[in-house]
Design a binder for this molecule. Structure first.
Ligand SMILES: Cc1ncc(COP(=O)(O)O)c(C=O)c1O
Length: 367
């Protein structure tokens, strides 16, 4: 039987009544930009993340871009991040006029290798963007310590990690500011684009609010130049419904992941995800490693199992970043990992027998 990589229709059917009521409420009110639903979602999401402010914006990419702008990052600055991420992380940096500077990733957790940060710092460094990749928090304690010593901002890229915990505290509450994506397939996903910037700093929240809405607090009065990056009212209403289910869905993701872990423990040559001690992973993705990755992927595909690769090419090796002059071999851990990683289907609605089928086919390939 075919096993898709994600199944958004199943989730919709499960909470259809709640969603329809929320959507109808917006349609009845006839307010489609801004309004109470957006404000209520912002309050509820801030509370969920354990921070004072959440500002809804148009996407996760724009959340990162606006957060960096609000923190004063711009031309002449450098921002340290990882090369094993989605291009949005680095696009947000270059959109401000700053330059991305990479440090390699930790071979076990695939998040930032914090031991390499110090040597990447120059007098132009302004911020660090750790990425909570696949739903696993980056190692925030050393990152925060280095940032404090060198007076750097920390912008968490939490696009893949809604609800993940680091030492008992939710991601989003560690950095100067944190950014989330509500792209439909994310752990908390809208039915379209969406994102949020969360922070404890009132002046940063205010600045993002200005930037997302043409620099305007009052209609046709523009304090600064901004842009249009508002969170859609319909999406806010949908996200309010889905937020109520997020912890359960994350728990269900963890249960599916635990079942994969058990079934794959004797699969030779397959490296399962490693969780950093003291962290709670939310498994946006369940990523294994296998040196025969491409052949394995083909085998699974032939049996109807859809997999993904996140990400096949480190960002600095993308044509878009040719101007950085970084050649193959620059970040060896990222490059090795990129050649071996494979994301297996994992979502709350995935059935036990689906996990068993994926694990069974995988083991058959391994032999
Ligand atoms: C790590 C990371 N950062 C940023 C983004 C950008 O989010 P969006 O697609 O909502 O713009 C994504 C989304 O895929 C992501 O995975």
């Amino acid at each position: 039987m075919r096993i898709p990589f994600v199944d958004l229709k199943h989730q919709y059917r499960e909470i259809k009544d709640e969603l329809q009521e929320a959507i109808d409420g917006v349609l009845e009110k006839g307010i489609f930009v801004g309004g109470e639903e957006v404000e209520w979602f912002e309050e509820e999401f801030a509370q969920y993340c354990g921070v004072r402010f959440a500002v809804g914006v148009g996407s996760g990419t724009e959340a990162l871009h606006l957060a960096l702008l609000a923190c004063g990052v711009g031309s002449g600055h450098e921002v340290i991040t990882v090369p094993n991420t989605f291009i949005a992380t680095t696009e947000a940096i270059t959109l401000t006029g700053a330059r991305p500077v990479f440090v390699d990733i930790d071979p076990e957790t695939y998040t930032m290798d914090t031991g390499q940060i110090k040597s990447a710092i120059t007098e132009r460094t302004k911020a660090i963007i750790p990425v909570h990749l696949y739903g696993q928090p980056a190692d925030m304690l050393p990152i925060l310590a280095i940032a404090e010593r060198h007076k750097l901002l920390v912008v968490e890229d939490a696009a893949q990690a809604h609800g993940a915990l680091y030492r008992g505290k939710k991601v989003g509450g560690f950095g100067t500011v944190a950014c989330f994506s509500f792209y439909p397939t994310k752990n908390l996903g809208a039915y379209g684009e969406g994102g949020a910037v969360v922070t404890d700093h009132e002046e940063i929240a205010q600045r993002v609010m200005l930037l997302r809405d043409h620099g305007s607090r009052q209609k046709y009065s523009h304090e600064i130049e901004g842009m249009n990056s508002r969170l859609d009212t319909l999406q806010a209403a949908i996200l309010r419904v889905k937020l109520r289910h997020l912890d359960r869905w994350n728990q269900e993701r963890r249960e599916r992941a635990a079942l994969y872990d058990t079934l794959l423990q004797d699969a030779k040559g397959v490296v399962r995800p490693t969780i950093r001690e003291g962290s709670t992973h939310v498994y946006h993705l369940y990523v294994i490693r296998c040196t025969e990755r491409d052949r394995l992927r083909e085998h699974l595909g032939n049996t109807g199992i859809v997999t993904g690769i996140h990400y096949p090419t480190p960002v600095y090796l993308q044509p878009a970043y040719g101007y950085l002059g970084l050649s193959e071999g620059t970040y060896p851990v990222t490059e090795r990992v990129a050649a071996e990683i494979l994301s297996l289907p994992l979502y709350p609605e995935l059935r036990r027998e689906d996990v068993e089928q994926v694990a069974g086919e995988l083991k058959e390939f391994i032999g």
